[in-house]
Design a protein around this ligand. Sequence first.
Ligand code: ZN
Length: 284
Amino acid sequence: MSLLLATVKANTIIQSLQIRYPSEINIREISMECGAYVRERKIDGAEAWLVRKGTKGIITVNSGIQEPGRKCFAIAHELGHFELHSDSQLVVCSNEDMYAWNRSKEQEIEANEFASCILMPEVIFSRYIKKEAPNMVRVSELSGEFGTTLTATAIRYVQLSPESCAVAVSKDCILKWYKKSDSFSFHLKVGEKLSPDTYAFDSFDGSELPAKRRSVPATAWIAGVIDPDGEIIEHSIALKSYGVVLSLLWIDKEIRYRFKERDEEEPEFDLTDKFTSDGKRWQW
Ligand SMILES: [Zn+2]
């Protein structure tokens, strides 16, 4: 799998088209420039597909997708297949593929990485990440600036943030998957029922979420034996149409593993057995 190739390909296209601002990122025009025509059709059971004919391609996106950001991501995902997987003549992608981080679906992960990089190029997106405490309000603003979904934007935000932060997606009161920044050195309790100490739990319990970020016990989110007094900042938002809660987590004060004081090594967490039952960490 080559996520680096996906990133380089996307960056090369952005540079060659001399795109410098979010308003210039028009995925349909970019696709045309790359040789892939975009059209919309009513599709049952798929988000989009790509048909390759020689050096040209046709991307068909489901006209039934209501959210513009989701439609753009689907087009960008297919463009990723067009640019990266030249041996595929026909690719049909489901909604789950658009958000798959399953290791057995390498080409889908690559297409998703390409989509993220071309819709939110690092050189542009990084300029818009202010030096401030991570919060969902900023993620929402960036989502508007770049015309991307809140979830895709939150993932890109933590991916490029210098802060120690992560974004977690929960459904049916279960933590389904998360993505984190390089400096976020912990793992979250994937596959487990949410702790009642989290605000995300309260949302599934019918409560309104606080508009601002709040501190919660770090043990509520973080796997492993950590300092029981440690705190983590949570800013959750409910995506009601998907039945999902998106949580931005930020560590503003050091949290230590309990036994680290005895100079023992931090435990290694193997998340492969922490995936959701169908093997996906990344789904609505
Ligand atoms: Zn795909």
